[in-house]
Ligand binder design. Structure first.
Ligand code: CUA
Length: 312
């Protein structure tokens, strides 16, 4: 499979490096013990069947070996865990991620200006420093996991848990819901876009303003279709409609055209896939909360998709 990396064995930040080493040490230690036990078992099975006198040293080793090995691994893993970036919400940048069946709402608060932006399924972070995420869910238990950048954390209703992502170098890192959460658990992916601090600030600045006003007849028609089709019952486009409430049912679409994917990593984002998705989401992602657009003609559908694509 090509595309963004999603592997513990290809870490792209200091926390992920520690977790990657941890995976290797546990694998090698487990493999050595398995081979040793199998070899002893084979040795034992070769001998003739005769009564064996219990020997004290066998019992002694049976206790000493696991105690020594497990204590060593426990000590090592505790030491390594302590090196993982200390979590802190006392940072200038706060990102809140809310899991929903089956997508991710991402909320940025610019503490300097107090302004907030809401996006979905794509988390932009600056490289070179730890970024704190507050994680929760508005329905069932999900789990947040971007293997190349950090650990995995469950998202539990009514609780906010914390996780730190730390990327060393720019890149796109794929993540996936890691706790079974229903029919479309498998299509609940996200992408972390790690950018240089300057690129990140530029991205944030582009996300802050409300949606651009439509220029031309097609975009105006698309915007009108967004209202006529009652898309705004679940989706917000800042400057057009929507309450931007915490319990938003569908992703905020203010700058949907700037995202790489739609439907939580399911489709590449372009006019044709937007039109396919709007026409019949249930064909692409059965069970998704979004209903098909009712009796929309082809031209209006195309205008709506064009308008959404245009919301960069
Ligand atoms: Cu959300 Cu699995």
């Amino acid at each position: 499979m090509s595309g963004p990396l999603q592997s513990v064995l290809h870490p792209a930040g200091p926390d992920a490096v520690i977790i990657g080493q941890f995976a290797w040490v546990m694998f090698v230690a487990g493999a050595v013990i398995l081979v040793a036990v199998m070899a002893l078992l084979a040795l034992g099975l070769r001998g003739e069947a005769r009564p064996v006198r219990p020997m004290r040293w066998i019992a002694g080793l049976g206790v000493a070996f696991p105690v020594l090995v497990l204590t060593a691994l426990l000590g090592w893993s505790t030491w390594q865990s302590a090196k993982l970036t200390a979590q802190s919400s006392q940072q200038s940048l706060a990102i809140a991620v809310t899991a929903k069946m089956w997508w991710w709402e991402v909320r940025y608060t610019d503490k300097a200006s107090g302004r907030e932006i809401v996006t979905a399924n794509e988390i932009h972070i600056p490289t070179g420093r730890p970024v704190y995420l507050g994680l929760t869910t508005s329905d069932v238990i999900h789990s947040f996991w971007v293997p190349a950048l950090g650990g995995k954390k469950d998202m539990v209703p009514g609780h906010v848990t914390g996780l730190t992502l730390h990327a060393d170098k720019p890149g796109i890192y794929r993540g996936q819901c890691a706790e079974y959460c229903g029919e479309q658990h498998a299509r609940m992916a996200l992408h972390v876009v790690a950018e240089t601090p300057a690129q990140f600030e530029a991205w944030l600045a582009r996300q802050l303003p409300p949606a651009a006003a439509p220029t031309g007849a097609v975009l105006a028609r698309g915007r009108q279709a967004f209202l006529d089709q009652r898309c705004s019952a679940c989706h917000t486009i800042r400057g057009v409609s929507g309450s931007d409430g915490v319990n938003a049912l569908g992703p905020d679409l203010t700058h949907v055209g700037s995202r790489m994917h739609i439907a939580a990593g399911t489709l590449r984002n372009h006019r044709a896939s937007l039109a396919d998705w709007i026409a019949d989401p249930q064909r692409i992602k059965p069970g998704a909360r979004m209903p098909a657009a009712a009796d929309i003609d082809a031209e209006t559908l195309r205008a709506l998709a064009t308008y959404l694509e245009h919301l960069k």
